[in-house]
Ligand binder design. Sequence first.
Ligand SMILES: [Fe+2]
Length: 406
Amino acid sequence: MDRAVFLFFFTLISILLDIYFYQIFKKYKLKKWFLPTSYVYWSITSVTFLNFFFYFFSLDLGYFFKTLFFNLVIGNFISKVVALPFILIDDIRRFFIKIYPYKKKKQNNVIPRSKFLSISASLAYGLPLTSLTYGIISNNVYDYRIKRRVVKLDNLPSAFDGIKICHISDIHVGSLRNRLAVKGGIDMITNEKSDIIFFTGDLVNNRSDELKGWGDDLSKIKAPLGVYSVLGNHDYGEYTSWKSENEKNRNFKNLITGQKEFGWKLLMNENDNVIVDGQKLNIVGVENWASSRFQQYGELDKAYSGLTDEDFKILMTHNPSHWNAQVTNNYRDIDLTLSGHTHGLQYGIDIGKFRVSPVRLAYKQWADLYELNRQYIYVNRGFGFMGYPGRVGILPEITILELKKS
Ligand SMILES: [Fe+2]
């Protein structure tokens, strides 16, 4: 669906929800706090409308206001959607009470809103808002965590038994503001002294010029066997507007040359290999793969060219949905897949082996290591962040994988 159409319906539903919730809110109109609170309430609704207005007329608000608007609109929407079932149950209950006159009589023409449902609705509304606010002010977006996993692979050539891989993803450099903290994150990557590094896409949010000033830091990401990268959905400049197709193409070229300048090897539907003791580690890199035709650039057939079933292969693909869609059925010989993209929604619970996030509704594999019939996929939770400038429970990640021959 076209983004403007999507945003139109989203804005419409959001405003209708605001009007619906106000019917409940206004029963407190005799309270002192009602008037100032209602100003705040309708201000958020106005922001929802303005957000659409600015998008529709391609007006650039600048990073600060864009982020502020985005968070208010999304936070308000999520909170209302979570609270909606409680309000609906209560309204349905009230409706049935209304159509039975004997109930009406019993309650002296007053239909009390169930206290339990009111409290539940308030909690359901308050929890997302409070936790999302906490996720921003806690500065969690720079609280980098190293996840260490051992992956046992049948087909691993003996020369690579024990190889240390660093996997990073979704840097989204345009979102990063705390340079000192990011430098610390990059130091964490380099201090691991991994044999090889894989970056699985979304280097920028929209434009290659987000890389300005970051060259020296990103060039520090080096490894003896090389740094390999692929493109993510945000790297194509398709979530922003351009003056011309030429400008968009120039932006894309700059993103590609930028990665070359860092010393990274960007794989665009192609494969490469590193050789140790005469044995090959094949790296297959696809462009962004999507389940719809929009942003479908990944061509695994093409990327695979020249390889045989017997070769050991690591696939880099930004979107983990690609694994179930093609890899686990048509490419049973791909040993390990590395992905990112989900960010774990930057929201969830992630303690030890227990992890849960609403993003699971959209992605079967959304964080950490998964195995199916001796094929593995690792989904990195992202180094940076996008849109929501916070993280709740799902922290930014640097993955260290040790490959072992099984
Ligand atoms: Fe991303």
